[in-house]
Write a protein that binds this ligand. Sequence first.
Ligand code: NAP
Length: 294
Amino acid sequence: MSAKIIDGKKIAASLRLKITEGSARLAKIIGRPLGLAVVLVGDNPASEVYVRNKTRSCVEVGINSFDYKLPTLTSEADVLALVAKLNNDKAVDGILVQLPLPDHIDSTRILNAIDPAKDVDGFNPINFGRLVAGLPTLAPGTPLGCVILAKSVHMSLAGLEAVVLGRSNIVGKPLAQLLLQENATVTIAHSKTRDLPSICRRADLLCVAIGRPEFVRGDWIKKGATVIDVGVNRIPADGGKTRIVGDVAFDEAAKIAGAITPVPGGVGPMTITCLLQNTLRAAALRAGISVPTI
Ligand code: NAP
């Protein structure tokens, strides 16, 4: 193996220290602790674990966590009413509605109802539009984390040939926009793209978010490239167990790449950290203090 391993846990930990300091300083200025409201509807076990981690992480950095756990059969109108209440609650700086929502609730309608100034997940179309327009906004945590990891390797991303494999609204599209803002030359590839291997081989920075275990092979990677693997896939392992792998065949890729994120331990730890950073940013922006996105 020759690639440098990009240690997401370590980078996230140092960012959390800065968030802890920043939220304590801001709390003094605004005269109250920062607050993040998390709304969970139903009992999806993966969502429950994720929400618990968020709550713990908030406490760690000194942000109040307001958790709302609603039964599966909660009506869309009741969720909208809760979002409206949180929009008007001065103690709440960020609102996050955990997805997926139960089938009878229209997620788009709920996400659109969150005040863009408190939309710390960055999924409200107003924030997405502002991101595309290059205006100050709250961008989604996972792509923000990817850019921070890429910048831990490259002082500047300007002029780099960046390929983003995947075009989802939560990862691929916002990531491409953030990379464009960093002045990379960005190609977005997806399931209808022809000759993916040769497109990936052009990349100085290859970001993969497709949800296909070990799909990107070592010979798709340009020698010395930086590889950011967003994928989280559970596959069968020895002894009837399972293990988690990314979208990139790590062992093959690590022989060719210059730097690569592991799965787990790469992008994953950055996602919640960037959510906390967004909460700090949202609170600062509401207080009229400007804070850079990255
Ligand atoms: P998604 O909504 O399912 O989107 C997948 C994207 O990959 C789509 O744009 C799709 O193309 C493309 N794609 C699928 N199969 C492909 C193929 N064979 N060749 C080329 N492109 C292909 O997924 P997502 O939400 O972006 O998540 C992607 C992965 O990241 C998942 O493994 C997810 O678990 C992981 N993830 C991790 C974190 C984290 O914090 N670490 C956060 C979010 C997501 P089309 O648009 O053409 O269908």
